[in-house]
Ligand binder design. Structure first.
Ligand SMILES: NC(=O)c1ccc[n+]([C@@H]2O[C@H](COP(=O)([O-])OP(=O)(O)OC[C@H]3O[C@@H](n4cnc5c(N)ncnc54)[C@H](OP(=O)(O)O)[C@@H]3O)[C@@H](O)[C@H]2O)c1
Length: 284
């Protein structure tokens, strides 16, 4: 299959591109250099030119606080660009898989199924939800919601904390936020399964099957490192970040489980990840 991936320099897009290439698919990995999604008028012509059989839209402004302070940027990239990508998928008559997030929920309930009503708290969550709604206009759509993705080479919460602990730095980490970390290579395998089997179109939750808090996660990382760092347990609200975060966003993979697909929890991969993550990988 000829698969076009946006956000191919990102953690999810890059890991998926490798997974698909290793399994014999032809991948068109688009990065910002080939297609800057802020230039929405360039999107349809670029996608038509590549005539893919399947489009995976993984690009987004993913920094939650940046979206809050620069909402115009988030609207443009996460929402309006997605509209153009959906339009191209419709013209090409090919399926579109859109990566979305647990942040479309308000985090009051926890344990979210695919058809639970979203209620995003932040600009990031809202613009990702609007991206979902744009995608769903196309009958051939998959909206795949993921949470707390970590993996080799990524710039994310996991790699940041592991790096800081390697550097013996002290941390303040929240204890009152729960979600399911998802290992990027395991996520990519499940996405490949969706591409190859094309189950019924619709919304899918795809998260690792173990839930934790940032504080518990850091404690588990500490057990695997010889580190004398001080880790302070703080509440989410005390960090004073621009964007509000949902408290409990455990995604239940109800639809995928019904198809026999399971996603291992983060503990299966933690040891390997902690030892593979080097200080140089850390980005802000
Ligand atoms: N990582 C998570 O924990 C998580 C959780 C829930 C949902 N998701 C969703 O999963 C998807 C993939 O996330 P990720 O973890 O791979 O994020 P990431 O590592 O931050 O990658 C985001 C990608 O989007 C690209 N991008 C941003 N602005 C762009 C623009 N104007 N034009 C073209 N490309 C642009 C980035 O390119 P540059 O490298 O050039 O900036 C990068 O390739 C996103 O849709 C995200 O909302 C991720």
């Amino acid at each position: 299959m000829r698969v076009l991936i946006t956000g191919a320099s990102g953690l999810v897009g890059g890991t998926l591109a490798r997974e698909l290439t290793e399994h014999g698919h032809e991948v068109i990995p688009l990065t910002r250099r080939q297609l800057d999604l802020e230039h929405t008028e360039a999107i349809v012509p670029t996608l038509l030119e590549h005539h893919p059989d399947f489009i995976v839209h993984a690009a987004a402004v993913t920094q939650v606080d940046l979206c809050e302070t620069q909402p115009e940027l988030a609207y443009r990239v996460n929402w309006l660009a997605t509209r153009q990508i959906r339009h191209a998928a419709q013209l090409l008559e090919v399926p579109l898989l859109y990566l979305s997030t647990d942040f479309v929920f308000d985090g009051q309930k926890g344990e979210y199924r695919e058809l639970d009503p979203p209620n995003p708290l932040s600009v990031y969550g809202k613009t990702k939800l609007w991206g979902e709604l744009e995608t769903r206009v196309h009958p051939l759509h998959y909206v795949v919601r993921v949470s707390w993705v970590f993996g080799p080479g990524g710039r994310n919460f996991f790699s940041r904390i592991v790096t800081l602990l390697h550097e013996q730095r002290s941390l303040r980490v929240t204890y009152n936020q729960w979600s399911a970390p998802t290992y990027a290579p395991a996520l990519a395998r499940a996405l490949r399964w969706i591409l190859e089997h094309q189950p019924p179109f619709g919304i899918y939750h795809l998260a690792g099957e173990e839930v934790t808090t940032p504080f518990d996660l850091v404690s588990e990382v500490l057990q695997r490192l010889s580190c004398s760092c001080q880790v302070r347990r703080v509440s989410m609200s005390s960090l004073g970040r621009p964007a509000p975060r949902p408290r409990k966003t455990h995604l239940l993979n109800t639809a995928l489980k019904a198809l026999g697909i399971t996603v291992p929890g983060y503990r299966t991969f933690l040891e390997e990840f902690v030892h593979a993550t080097k200080p140089a990988e850390h980005g802000d």
